[in-house]
Design a protein around this ligand. Structure first.
Ligand SMILES: [Zn+2]
Length: 364
C-alpha cells in the first residue's frame, strides 16, 4: 500500500488490474465509495485526476495507493457537501433548543433549475420575494451570543427546490395555490414549473425525505440527551402581503409568533411574547403553525415548538440588503428567549421537561 507509485501505469499495476477503467472500479471498491457514485481516472491532462461524479482531484506523483484512495474519499466528501440539503451546526451537549432555518437559501441545483420555467431575471425576483434572507445570519448570531449554545438546522437549498415545512400529502392547505412540497406556482400565481414536466417523487426522495429524517434524528438525539426539546422555527415575511398568502389580510406586526395547539406550550408562548416585548407582536398572524418533524407531530408533548417570523423591513433595506445594526435587538430577543426556555442546569436529567415544571414569575 505504501510503495511509491510514479505514474499512471504503475498505479494500474499497484492495484493489480490491467486497464485504467478497471483501476477506477478497483478504487471505487477499495475507497468504499457510496453506491451510485462513479469513480473516474482521467489523464486527459494536465495531470492525472481521480474523481467521483464530476469532481476530480489531481494526483501528484510519486504517490501511494493509500494516498490515491484518500483522494477518492475526499472527492466523494466534497460532492456530498456540495449537494447537501441541510447543515447542522452543533450546539452545547446540554442544550435542548434547535433553531430551524428553512427558507434562507437561494441555492438551486442546475438540474432542478432546468425544470423552472422562469427566466433568470424573473427567478431572481421570485427568490427576492420568497427567500427569508439573512435568517441564517440572525440565527448564527443568536447561537453565538447564547450562554448555552443552541443547535442550528439550516436548509442549504432554496424553498423553490422543495419546501421542508409543507405536509407531503393532501392535508397541505398550500397545495391549493401550487405551493405544496414542490411549488408549481410563483408567489404571484404564475407557473413556476410545467406541471408533469418534473419529477416530484424524485425531488421528495432526494431533498425532502433526507431533510425530514435528519431533523427527526436530531430531535431524538436531543430528547435522549436532555429529555425535552424546543424547536424555534425562524422565518421572515414582507411588510406587504404577497398574492399567494392564504391569510394575507391578517395584521402584519414586526414579530409574528406561530403556534401549534399541541406543540406550543402556554409558557413557551408567554416567554416569547416577553422576550420580544420591545417589538409589535402578534400570535398566528399573518402566518400560523410551526415546524415539528412528522414523526413527532401530534405525538410527543416533550417536543415543544414555536415559529418566530420577523417582518423583513425590521432588518433589511429596500434593496434586500441586511441592515446589520438593526439585527442587534432581534438577536438579543432570541438570546433572551433561549435563556428562558433552557431547562435549569441544576435540574437532574430525570426531571427534564425542565421549564415546563418551573414557576414563571414574569409580568405576563
Ligand atoms: Zn419562511
Amino acid at each position: 500500500m505504501q510503495d511509491p507509485v510514479n505514474n499512471l501505469e504503475e498505479l494500474v499495476r499497484a492495484f493489480d488490474v490491467m486497464t485504467v477503467a478497471d483501476l477506477a472500479r478497483a478504487i471505487e471498491e477499495a475507497a468504499d465509495i457510496e453506491d451510485g457514485e462513479t469513480v473516474f481516472i482521467d489523464d486527459l491532462g494536465p495531470g492525472v485526476h481521480v474523481g467521483v461524479g464530476s469532481r476530480g482531484i489531481e494526483i501528484t506523483f510519486p504517490t501511494t495507493v493509500h494516498e490515491v484512495l484518500a483522494l477518492a474519499a475526499e472527492a466523494e466528501r466534497l460532492n456530498a457537501e456540495e449537494d447537501a440539503t441541510f447543515r447542522i451546526i452543533a450546539g452545547d451537549p446540554d442544550s435542548s433548543v434547535i433553531i430551524h432555518v428553512p427558507h434562507s437559501s437561494r441555492e438551486i441545483p442546475d438540474d432542478v433549475r432546468s425544470d423552472i420555467v422562469l427566466d433568470d431575471e424573473a427567478l431572481e425576483h421570485e427568490l427576492d420575494a420568497m427567500t427569508d434572507a439573512f435568517t441564517d445570519v440572525i440565527a448564527e448570531h443568536a447561537a453565538a451570543a447564547s450562554g448555552k449554545r443552541p443547535w442550528l438546522f439550516v436548509n442549504e437549498q432554496s424553498r423553490l427546490v422543495v419546501d421542508p415545512e409543507r405536509f407531503p400529502d393532501e392535508s397541505e392547505e398550500m397545495n391549493a395555490v401550487g405551493m405544496g412540497v414542490v411549488y408549481t406556482r410563483t408567489s404571484t400565481g404564475e407557473p413556476l414549473r410545467e406541471t408533469d414536466a418534473y419529477d416530484e417523487d424524485g425531488l421528495i426522495s432526494r431533498y425532502f425525505e433526507p431533510y425530514a429524517a435528519a431533523f427527526a434524528d436530531l430531535v431524538d438525539e436531543r430528547l435522549a440527551a436532555i429529555g425535552s426539546v424546543t424547536i424555534l422555527d425562524l422565518h421572515s415575511f414582507p411588510l406587504n402581503a404577497l398574492p399567494y398568502e392564504l391569510h394575507g389580510d391578517g395584521t402584519r406586526p414586526q414579530i409574528c409568533l406561530g403556534t401549534d395547539a399541541f406543540h406550543t406550550s402556554k409558557i413557551l408562548l408567554a416567554e416569547a411574547l416577553h422576550a420580544f416585548s420591545g417589538f409589535e407582536r402578534a400570535t398566528d398572524s399573518p402566518f400560523s403553525g410551526c415546524y415539528v418533524p412528522l414523526v413527532h407531530y401530534g405525538k410527543s408533548s416533550l417536543v415543544n415548538a414555536l415559529m418566530v417570523e420577523l417582518r423583513r423591513d425590521l432588518y433589511m433595506d429596500e434593496h434586500f440588503q441586511l441592515v446589520e445594526p438593526a439585527t442587534t435587538p432581534i438577536v438579543e430577543a432570541i438570546v433572551k428567549l433561549i435563556a428562558a426556555i433552557e431547562p435549569s442546569s441544576f435540574m437532574p436529567a430525570g426531571l427534564a421537561g425542565g421549564y415546563f415544571n418551573c414557576v414563571i414569575a414574569e409580568d405576563q
